[in-house]
Design a protein around this ligand. Structure first.
Ligand code: DX5
Ligand code: ZN
Length: 220
């Protein structure tokens, strides 16, 4: 199995010290920086948005992986690219014209991702899979950090892996929600390429840099 990319989530960082958080992640095992945008409509929570992304991007050394948990994301794609996004992931459930949205993200020069809520089956991606750079499998219901990992995700990742092979897609499989030392190995075994981790990384007593290093060692 390949070593997955690690993407710590800013949602669990010290939001009053984003410069310091971004700078310490710069020297860590993080491959991407995961940035969760919530609008209080698609999900029952509001996080942060464009001006905060712009501020973080000034200090970021790794690509910023923007996860849009918002309705009608097509209105904001160019703005997120301009604010510093390297990849933009929209929710399947939030897009009436998903094909168009995916093409727009790619035209902006960003990696295009589609996220699936826990109850959305991977089979719905059959006709778009080959166009995608990333499929993000939510392993909790989106909206909050610190929730428990939904075990069915392992089966879902394996099914998605098969679908990507069948459709000739080279999309990366990203898993987001409740990722920790216990499920990371099985997730990679099932086919995960990118692991997002919020609480596990930031609330560990030894801090995010040491925790990311430990997770990396565990998976190598
Ligand atoms: C949840 C967000 C996640 C969240 C993960 O809606 O999409 O990225 O930050 O946090 P943990 O790892 O704490 O579940
Ligand atoms: Zn996320």
């Amino acid at each position: 199995r390949r070593t997955p990319l690690l993407a710590p989530s800013f949602l669990a960082a010290d939001l009053a010290n984003l410069q310091a958080e971004t700078e310490r992640l710069a020297t860590s095992a993080a491959d991407w920086l995961h940035f969760d945008v919530m609008d209080g409509r698609f999900v029952p929570n509001i996080s942060f948005g464009l001006p905060v992304l712009q501020a973080v991007a000034r200090y970021a050394k790794q690509p910023i992986d923007v996860h849009l948990m918002i309705e009608e994301p097509h209105h904001y794609l160019a703005a997120f690219r301009d604010a510093g996004a390297s990849s933009i992931t929209v929710h399947y459930e939030a897009c009436l014209h998903l094909h168009r949205v995916v093409q727009q993200i790619k035209q902006l020069g960003c990696r295009a991702g589609v996220a699936l809520n826990p109850a959305t089956p991977v089979s719905l991606l059959e006709d778009i899979a080959a166009d995608l750079d990333v499929v993000l499998v939510m392993s909790v219901n989106p909206g909050f950090g610190g929730q428990a990992f939904i075990p069915n995700t392992l089966k879902k990742v394996a099914m998605l892996k098969e679908l990507l092979l069948d459709t000739g897609s080279d999309a990366l499989i990203e898993v987001d929600g409740g990722v920790n030392m216990d499920n990371a190995g099985p997730l990679v075994e099932a086919g995960a390429d990118v692991l997002v981790a919020g609480n596990f990384v930031f609330s560990a007593p030894e801090g995010p840099v040491a925790t990311l290093a430990r997770l990396r060692d565990h998976l190598t």
